[in-house]
Ligand binder design. Structure first.
Ligand code: SAM
Length: 254
């Protein structure tokens, strides 16, 4: 079966449930509260189709995106061209990359911090540390596994322009000692009468909260400013026992 990342137009519909302007408001509030430097340049890691790019450009930021998938990057570049905005993309691996100049702000969305093992996790923080100016923020959406590695599933349906995409997301424990789980994302698409299925499947390593703190702060020169549930500054994690929905984490480079 083809990959979901080979068809960015369907990917974009599947994940269009987000309120992009409201999310950029939260990122700007993080900058106002916590950044020690003015922010002009922003880099999205695992940018894919770059959902926040147009909103950020409209607000005056210089957008950069980095991803492993040429197809996703081409889609994002076409979107930028259609809106005549000047952006730059890097075809690179966020585990280890190099920029000409460090950025003012770096972010990563939707739990896209895919690592296979501890060495990749450490290498990621080392490389992001080099890519960010001192005093700048690294803003992460999901990426930290606050729940144990239970098998889980979720599904939702999104529609746009005569196309329906049903997404089924599921995880299955693969190796508890190595913190590995299998992740499956299945799109079932109805596009003007035609049916298609796309799949992303892979084994990924869970990143638990305290090892995240260890890797980012003790081993790699960031400070943890906090983490909040559901993109809501009123809901810092650590207070309350309810289910954690979609947490954000804010790090600052020392
Ligand atoms: C869930 S999508 C996120 C896309 C977009 N940022 C968003 O918010 O919808 C994950 C993206 O991560 C990219 N990716 C996965 N592993 C990567 C790596 N090691 N380095 C760079 N990009 C990676 C994939 O190609 C894909 O475009």
């Amino acid at each position: 079966m083809d990959s979901i990342y080979g068809f960015p137009n369907y990917y974009e519909i599947a994940y269009s449930y987000r309120n992009i302007a409201a999310e950029v408001d939260v990122m700007e509030e993080a900058i106002r509260k916590y950044s020690r430097i003015p922010v002009h340049t922003v880099l999205e890691l695992a940018c894919g189709n770059s959902p926040h790019m147009l909103e950020l450009a409209t607000r005056g930021y210089q957008y950069y995106g980095l991803d492993l998938s040429p197809t996703m990057l081409e889609f994002a570049q076409n979107k930028a061209d259609a809106h005549q905005i000047d952006v730059q993309f890097y075809l690179a691996n966020f585990i280890d990359f190099q920029l000409e100049e460090p950025m003012d702000f770096i972010y990563i969305m939707l739990g896209s911090l895919y690592v296979n093992d501890t060495e990749e996790l450490l290498s990621h923080f080392r490389t992001v540390h080099k890519a960010l100016k001192p005093g700048g923020l690294y803003f992460l959406d999901w990426c930290v596994d606050f729940s144990p590695l239970d098998n889980s599933q979720d599904s939702w349906v999104m529609r746009r322009g005569g196309i329906t995409v049903t997404t089924r997301y599921s995880t299955r424990l693969f190796n508890a000692a190595q913190q590995l789980y299998e992740e499956n994302i299945l799109f079932t698409i109805k596009d003007h009468g035609k049916q298609k299925k796309l799949l992303h499947t892979g084994i990924r390593r869970a990143i638990f909260p305290q090892e995240f703190v260890l890797a980012a702060t003790k081993l790699n020169g960031f400070e943890l400013l906090g983490w909040w549930d559901d993109w809501n500054w009123e809901r810092p994690l650590g207070e309350g026992r309810g289910e954690i929905v979609r947490p954000i984490t804010v790090l600052r480079r020392l």
